[in-house]
Design a protein around this ligand. Structure first.
Ligand SMILES: Cc1cc2nc3c(=O)[nH]c(=O)nc-3n(C[C@H](O)[C@H](O)[C@H](O)COP(=O)(O)OP(=O)(O)OC[C@H]3O[C@@H](n4cnc5c(N)ncnc54)[C@H](O)[C@@H]3O)c2cc1C
Length: 285
């Protein structure tokens, strides 16, 4: 079991990882991609101390190099759930489960809003995890809403299992070949049903389904961690970057404005120190 699981490969995550290493913690660092797309996008960063006129790409590269120079490994995983189990946490990503005594969420802000009904039916016919729940739908009718190319092999896996598989690609350049799937090029506006999800609703029609897989690189904070308190759409934290759940910390854009590199790395630092302090205060438990 790890001392700390750090989720997110952006500036907050890299800072948390560097500091966790310097604090001598046994930790795992993971994220849906090795750097943050958002962090790479800035044309010119004028407000990061010591590196005037760096581009977002250069800054991200420097962060990555720093972690690599300390031999900090990064594991590419899109996390679908964090669950508390008897004083420790299970971090689920596909069929991989990692246990840690503390978690640092460095998730950035999620630009993709959940579709109406997505969170309501989560666990009741809607799943974020193909490998965890795919087998439950052998021979059944499913829809797969896919938001990123990294999930194309999961789409293929689901279409092999399902009886009828409607693939709904929601990004440009979808290359998956739905051999046993039917591609639908329109965006769902709602997932509807009764006790479980029963339909995918579009502007101009609906599909009857037994289940829906929503494959996104990032999912909402509260869908990821049940019971996590938020304020104004961000994860609520105190000055120690502690959330309302003891042992879970958060850093960076996900905790609120301003969305800035310096705030993200500062909070990554604070969260790593707070996690270390929490571990020493809760040694025996
Ligand atoms: C065009 C542009 C220009 C900018 N210019 C500036 C500037 O000049 N100065 C400045 O200070 N800031 C600037 N910013 C803001 C800066 O990029 C962000 O504040 C910074 O990237 C925040 O870092 P973060 O680590 O909190 O989040 P992010 O960089 O968003 O990283 C979060 C990471 O977590 C991953 N993740 C999320 N959910 C999951 C999950 N479920 N499982 C696994 N991984 C997950 C994401 O894929 C992402 O890689 C700019 C941003 C943009 C887009």
């Amino acid at each position: 079991m790890y001392d700390i699981a750090i989720i997110g490969g952006g500036p907050a995550g890299v800072s948390a990882a560097i500091n966790a290493r310097l604090l001598g913690k046994n930790f795992i660092w993971m994220g849906s991609r090795p750097t943050s797309l958002k962090a790479e996008k800035a044309e010119l960063v004028k407000n990061y101390p010591g590196l005037p006129d760096a581009t977002g790409e250069e800054l991200s590269w420097a962060f990555k190099q720093h972690a690599e120079s300390m031999n900090i490994p990064f594991s590419v995983r899109a996390v679908t759930g964090v669950y508390e189990t008897g004083g420790k946490f299970s971090v689920l990503a596909g069929n991989e489960e990692t246990e840690a005594r503390t978690v640092i969420l460095c998730l950035g802000v999620n630009a993709q809003k959940p579709v109406e009904g997505e969170e309501e039916f989560l666990g009741r016919g809607i799943s974020y995890c193909a490998t965890c729940d795919g087998m439950l739908y052998r021979g059944k009718t499913i829809a797969v809403a896919v938001y990123d190319g990294q999930f194309e092999s999961e789409v293929e896996f689901l279409c092999e299992i399902a009886g009828t598989c409607y693939v709904i690609p929601l990004y440009k350049g979808y290359k998956g070949a739905p051999a046993k799937g039917k591609e639908i090029i329109k965006a769902p506006i709602k997932y509807a049903g009764g006790r479980r999800v029963e339909e995918v609703v579009f502007k101009d029609g609906r599909l009857a389904v037994d289940g829906v897989f929503v494959l996104r690189p990032s999912i909402s904070y509260t869908a990821l961690v049940h019971g996590l308190a938020t304020v104004g759409g961000h994860i609520a934290v105190d000055r120690a970057c502690a959330t309302n759940i003891p042992g879970i910390f958060a850093a960076g854009d996900c905790t609120g404005l301003p969305y800035q590199y310096a705030k993200a790395v500062g909070e990554g630092n604070v969260a790593a120190h707070s996690a270390a302090q929490y571990l020493s205060e809760n040694k025996g438990s």
